[in-house]
Design a protein around this ligand. Structure first.
Ligand SMILES: Cc1ncc(COP(=O)(O)O)c(C=O)c1O
Length: 377
């Protein structure tokens, strides 16, 4: 069977069927070397010179993610360092458009760069294409940055429509697809120029590393510049983390499927609960983005949701015994977070909002835990 006809699930589970040539080991070796010897002609052997530019284990992990994303990939030592590299690679003074509600530290970075005069920056209401169109300045806007589903209310942006608006104005579209990994959404196939993930989250799935990854179709103008920024900043993902990430990627499809099933059952249970004012989950028909999500999240709606609580949300978070009160998302364990406390008052997160990252545990245990926490609070 030709390898490229295999499903992405098979490719992920087998880490692209890469066997160590000498030993036949089915798990790749982990390379931690900082430098690489030249051959007898003083040529580089495999293109590696020094680990700040890249190394074999990181390159192997990039090949796997590139295959899943349908492009080529660059790994960074955090999600933030990946997005910082994109903004750094823009021409000086470029105008950037991003959602007013998305991962708050990304917004902090854009605000900061705008305050320093490095970029111009306008924001728009997440999921609102008319607002996006109004925020774009044709000819000046170089980057449109969307996040879908988006942190906070998990609003959904139509990736293909956002790409068309960006391209018509001469800009590129970067899609933060952290909550929708390639087993459910492939932003490049929908027209995005850069697909971005905090690989800390679903791609790795075990809350034991930080990583970021950018993917693009071959030939993106900025790509070499982004790679160059990465090597100046020294933000490439080191070998050990890349090795762990390869291990995490092998179970991506099955983890995401289980988290999606759990989240759907959980959301349905609490949708009509008297202590819950609203369940914000793109998998529910009541979510404003459900129709678009159903079209572009073809492998499940994932484990991320927010609940608006009738009462003191912080008390509920504190009363949980199975949900872990921690930030981050996309791991096998379920987390609960009072987002207003974490993101700060200025980011539009209601005080009665709880952000949940539903993991792969038995969903009845999760439902019972939130039930008891709502009762206790
Ligand atoms: C949607 C989203 N994008 C980007 C990031 C930043 O990634 P990292 O924490 O790996 O730097 C996060 C982190 O929480 C995130 O949730």
């Amino acid at each position: 069977m030709k390898r490229n006809t295999l499903s992405l699930q098979t490719k992920a589970a087998q880490a692209l069927h890469m066997l160590e040539p000498e030993s036949g080991a089915v798990v790749p070796a982990m390379h931690s070397a900082s430098t690489f010897a030249r051959d007898e002609n003083y040529d580089l052997r495999e293109g590696f010179i020094y680990s700040r530019y890249g190394s074999p284990t990181t390159a192997q992990c990039e090949r796997i993610i590139g295959e899943l994303e349908g492009g080529e990939s660059l790994l960074f030592n955090s999600g933030m360092s990946a997005t910082v590299a994109v903004v750094e690679a823009l021409p000086m003074g470029a105008h950037v458009v991003a959602q007013s509600m998305m991962y708050h530290v990304g917004l902090d970075w854009l605000d900061r760069q705008a305050a320093r005069g490095v970029i111009g920056f306008s924001s728009f209401e997440a999921g609102n294409l008319a607002a996006l169109e109004a925020a774009i300045q044709p000819g000046k806007t170089k980057l449109v940055w969307i996040e879908t589903p988006a942190n906070g209310d998990w609003s959904i942006t139509d990736i293909a429509a956002a790409a068309a608006l960006a391209h018509a104005a001469g800009a590129i579209l970067m899609c933060d697809s952290t909550a929708a990994p390639p087993c459910t959404t492939q932003p490049l196939a929908l027209g995005a120029d850069i697909s971005f993930h905090s690989a800390t989250k679903y791609l790795n799935g075990h809350s034991d590393l930080t990583a970021g990854v950018l993917s693009a179709a071959e030939g993106l103008d900025m790509w070499d510049e982004i790679r160059t920024v990465r090597s100046f900043q020294g933000t490439v993902l080191p070998g050990f983390e890349a090795w762990l990430l390869i291990r995490g990627l092998r179970t991506l499809f099955i983890r995401y499927k289980q988290a999606s099933e759990n989240a759907m059952a959980f959301a349905r249970h609490f949708e009509s609960h008297p202590a819950v004012a609203q369940v914000m989950y793109p998998g529910l028909p009541s979510h404003t983005g459900h129709g678009v999500a159903a079209g572009q999240m073809t492998g499940g709606f994932g484990g991320m949701m927010s609940l608006l609580i009738n009462g003191d949300a912080l008390k509920v978070a504190k009363a949980c015994k199975v949900f872990i009160p921690a930030t981050s998302l996309g791991g096998v364990e379920s987390l609960i977070e009072h987002r207003h406390t974490v993101a700060g008052a200025g980011r539009g997160i209601p005080e009665n909002l709880l952000r949940l990252s539903i993991g792969i545990e038995a969903v009845d245990d999760l439902i019972a835990d939130l039930e008891q926490a709502l009762g206790a609070a």
